[in-house]
Design a protein around this ligand. Structure first.
Ligand SMILES: [Mn+2]
Length: 195
């Protein structure tokens, strides 16, 4: 059962995240930040990882803590659901177009957090959402999910498209990486014997 539930509470946020790695991409995401919910829904839909996410954060300050802490909790949930990572493909990559935008994501569920981020936004805001929070989310996801993650915008004109293509590209790469590889049986996909 590759499922996990994480509850995380601080003075800044109260977050609950449930994931099922062997889901169908169903989602129910409510963080109080509309654009961020839209992005989390992309992440679930295109990774085929079922996600139920609730966040109550200090939005009277700004969206920062809510977005970052959701990334932390989702990373922790992925780590817990993956367990010892037996039988998974481990690597995933995706080249994802969305109108003007082309994003490349490549990741390794290595247990070694590392984010290489090459995504610039032409505007500081998407509606009321700060575009710099997209990086904050993926930094938190990488750190707490133990994910080596590279994200590059190869072309892009529209901030909404750039962000959305980024989430979709990571989602597709994640789908590939967490999927069971039938040729591996239940082997751990590392010559070190541990991930
Ligand atoms: Mn959209």
């Amino acid at each position: 059962m590759r499922k996990a539930k994480i509850e995380r509470a601080t003075t800044e946020t109260k977050i609950s995240v449930e994931v099922d790695l062997d889901g169908t991409g169903s989602y129910d995401c409510r963080t109080g930040v509309g654009f961020f919910d839209h992005m989390l829904e992309q992440l679930a839909r295109h990774s085929l990882i079922d996600m139920t996410i609730r966040a109550e954060g200090d939005l009277h300050i700004d969206d920062h803590h809510t977005v970052e802490d959701t990334g932390i909790a989702l990373g922790q949930a992925l780590t817990q659901a993956l367990g010892d990572k037996r039988g998974i493909r481990r690597y995933g990559a995706c080249l994802l177009p969305m109108d003007d935008t082309l994003v490349r994501a490549a990741l390794d569920l290595s247990g070694r957090p590392y984010l290489v981020w090459n995504m610039d936004f032409p505007t500081q805001k998407i509606g009321t959402f700060d575009t710099e929070l997209v990086r904050e989310f993926f930094q938190a996801l990488s750190t707490h999910g133990g994910i080596t993650l590279h994200v590059d915008t190869l072309h892009g004109l529209n901030s909404h498209h750039i962000a959305e293509a980024g989430f979709k590209a990571v989602a597709r790469a994640l789908r590939e990486a967490v999927e069971p590889d039938p040729r591996k049986g239940d082997a751990i996909p590392s010559t070190k014997g541990t991930l």
